[in-house]
Structures are given as C-alpha cells and as structure tokens.
Design a protein around this ligand. Structure first.
Ligand SMILES: O=C(O)CNC(=O)[C@H](CS)NC(=O)CCC(=O)C(=O)O
Length: 261
C-alpha cells in the first residue's frame, strides 16, 4: 500500500503539472491481493487507511479532486467492498459508489477469478455528482459489461461515466476498447477508464490501456499496455461536443415497449 501510494503521488504531480481539473485512478488502487484472505487482511476503513489518508492529503494540498478505486471493510467481516471514492479538492470524501457486478469467471487458458468469494456487491446505482467540468457517474470495471448501469447514469444526467478498472489481459484484448466505445456512443457521454497495467502477483496481470473517449466514440487519449512508470492520459471535457452529439443524434427510448432503467 505504501508503494501504491507513492505511485499515486507521482500521478498527482503529473496531473498538477498538466493543469488537470481532476485525477482519475484505477480500480483497487490501494492493493491487489493474491487471495481473498490476503484482501481481507489488508483492508482498512477509509478513516484508518494510510492509502486513503495519503490521497486526501494530496488532494487538499494540490486542490485536485481525486477519483479512486479502493477496498473497504464489508458488513460481513470475511468480505470487503470494492468501491470508488470521489475525494474533493478539500480532501474530503464527497461521493462513493460500491461495485454492483461481481467478476466470477472461468476462462479456458485464461484466468479463473471469483470476486464474490471476497467482495460484497453494492445494491445501488449512484446519483451522478456535479464537478466543474460536468456530472460524473461512477461505475467499476466489470460493470462495463452491463449497459443498464450506464444507461441509467445517462438518464440521471451524467456527462462523464467512469470505469476505473483492472481488466485481465485476454478479456482486455478482446473486449475493452469496443465496450468502452460502445458505452460512450450509446450514452453520448465522455468515458474515463483508468486501468491498472502489468503484473500484480503470480496470479494477476492487468491489461492497461487506460482510455478517455468522447461522446462521439472517439478515443481521445490512451495509455499503453506496459508499465515502466506511472503515466497519465489527459483530455478536455468539451461541453459543446456533449450538446452537439445529443442534438444531432437524439436517442428517445421506447420505454413504452421495454422497461426504463
Ligand atoms: O481484485 C481486486 O482487488 C480488484 N478487483 C478486480 O481486479 C476485479 C475483480 S477480480 N476485476 C475485474 O472486474 C476485471 C473485469 C474484467 O477483466 C472483464 O470484465 O473482462
């Protein structure tokens, strides 16, 4: 966790240098464990987490809001929550979302992971929150495969949908970009997907390829798939482009035929 905080401090410095209005970090930025037991042994409440306290201090010092994926203790002490926090420029945790969908997969010649062994899923679609550059609707990683959540966030007024992630390599190669672009196109929102990259432990390797996608579906910034040192991708949120995409291609839903989400 100390190492991850140091890596995140480098990213904060880079974001400040770039004049960024906010920094979006990946899912599980505090740690990636190699077993459910290890995850439960490492988890701390946000009040006690050295990682979260350190980022709050960075946010306050740099007046830079930080959107970050972390673990929090579950209601069941043998579980954790997979959450994303919005730390505002005063260093306070102003918003939070708990991952809805659990990544339970068994891929031939690929990873077998059962997130639900160690993680308690959330039960609520978050309310998009205001920032100086638009309304942000957070989701996490595997939530990307469930368009209901992004459609709901759009209906609730989101301009930017986030997918902080730690995607696996085989699923990342096959699905990452196409799903992210689809979510941007069908919601006519910006998509910000900060992704972990490289090796975590003997069992886990992440695909990387952090992306920012505009509401027309264009990838406007992208990072690579290898990790020498922490990098940021930057892009401007263009309110005119949001308006233009929605005006030019209206998407009225047929909720008389299928249910509204
Ligand atoms: O384990 C942690 O602590 C952090 N959580 C993750 O890395 C999660 C659960 S294992 N990863 C994903 O959801 C990957 C989804 C994915 O790769 C896909 O949808 O294809």
């Amino acid at each position: 966790m100390t190492h991850n905080l140091a890596q995140c401090r480098i990213l904060v410095k880079k974001a400040v240098q770039a004049g960024s209005k906010a920094l979006f970090l990946p899912e599980a930025s505090d740690y990636i464990a190699s077993s459910p037991a290890e995850s439960v042994s490492l988890v701390r409440s946000v009040e006690k987490s050295e990682f979260v306290l350190g980022l709050r201090e960075e946010a306050r010092r740099s007046k830079l809001p930080i959107h970050v994926g972390v673990h929090e203790p579950g209601l069941d002490p043998s579980k954790v929550k997979n959450t994303v926090l919005w730390i505002n420029e005063g260093g306070e945790i102003a918003h939070r979302y708990q991952k809805l969908h659990m990544f339970d997969v068994d891929i031939k010649d690929g990873p077998a992971l059962k997130e639900s062994n160690s993680v308690e899923p959330g039960n609520e679609i978050p309310t998009p929150f205001d920032t100086p550059f638009g309304k942000v609707g957070p989701t996490i990683c595997f939530d990307l495969r469930f368009p209901e959540i992004s459609i709901a966030l759009k209906r609730l007024g989101a301009d930017i949908i986030t997918y902080p992630s730690a995607f696996t390599v085989p699923t990342g190669k096959a699905h990452w970009e196409v799903l992210l672009r689809a979510r941007a196109i069908e919601t006519q929102c910006y998509v910000i997907a900060a992704a972990q990259v490289g090796r975590h432990n003997e069992k886990r390797l992440s695909y990387g390829h952090s992306m920012i996608i505009n509401p027309w579906g264009v990838v406007v910034a992208e990072l690579g798939g290898t990790s020498e040192e922490p990098e940021i991708a930057t892009a401007e949120i263009d309110q005119d482009l949001l308006r233009k995409a929605r005006l030019e291609v209206p998407l009225p839903r047929r909720t008389d035929v299928y249910p509204e989400v």
